[in-house]
Design a protein around this ligand. Sequence first.
Ligand SMILES: [Zn+2]
Length: 414
Amino acid sequence: MPKRFEYSNPADEPPRFVCQLEKLRCQHVNPKTNHHCRRYQIIGAGYCFQHLETDRHLKIAASTVPNSGLGLFAYDKKKPTGEILFKYNSRKRRGDFIIEYEGEVLSKLAGDQRYGKNNTAPYSAYLNKDFEIDSACLRASGSLANHKPRTYANARLIVTGKNVYLEATKTIRNGDEIFIDYGKDYNIGQEGDSYTHKTKNIRTHVHHATTTRGGKLSVVDLKSLLHASYDNKQHQVGDFHLDKELSSKTSKVYVNPKTGQTVVAHRGTSGFSDWLNNAVYAYGGKKAYQYTPRYKEAERVQHQAEAKYGKTKVSTIGHSQGGLQSELLGDKSKEIITLNKATRPFSNTKHTNQTDIRTEKDIVSRLNPFQKKNEKDIVIPSNKKSSYVKEHGIDTLDRLDNHMLVGNGIMFYY
Ligand SMILES: [Zn+2]
């Protein structure tokens, strides 16, 4: 059984955030035989226990700090206890590299959406005021280092343009537990407590992209695919290829051959101003809308894509009226993601696998203020001077962090 991570505050029922922990293959390759280690690891992902020791001189074991679960230790069984394994050069103010600190890079907004605004993620390190790195679902070895205040810690997080890693700040000897300072408000508490370490004082900005782990779509992917839904000439979007056989002018199927992830993108009626063309839906309702040729065509494409690629691989996305189609058609697919979807007063049937993204000032998606909201819904702040047409458009996604991941992906909500 894969392990799961669940996060909840005392008042949360069901849990606020749930994911399956990722399992990664050990990255060790034997330099002589070129043989790639076959072991997989969940806790301490990245290396198996044997190669964590031989390649990194580390091991994972019960922490010496009470109630802290596992911890990360400097360890080499061939060397005597107490022998120096990692050094700090006080003149250069640099220490030895210990190990990568891996996880999902989340914007503050995405982090707040995952854990709640005033709560702090138990496996997050704050990279700077805008970004955090969350290892909740990818429990790589580096993230198992526990907290101690800076004067007692023997390592720290270093953020460069591309990497986040642990570096020694003191002499670390064989058998020592490795500690980093997660920030002055960090509390070590009982299991189930929320943690507060919002104040990591790392000033470097992070610009690197996260991968779309677990098949989640990033804001960049979403934006490009929504744009492509309006463009009949675009046969490739990033790693996604158009399935020409299934796609129609208004509903397109994109497949990532590396991951099998499939996106059905339903477009709105007439570019960015189709909010003027929602009359059938607004006055005739869902029933009338389902008789329109556009809906029928969208339905055909959706069903064919789900049959060909499998419902669990399909993300159903759409902008404006395409968002409405996604809501009406995507309930059997893995997830629905809509942007400024067409709504009408008092009537929208929202699904549990659905994420709605809307611009604060958008009229089209605001017609039904009573519809059910999901925890993962996103509101994009509006620019006061911007026009309604502009606020309805796809480029409003630019106001979100590009690397933020949206929708279900590896998350499961009940
Ligand atoms: Zn290995």
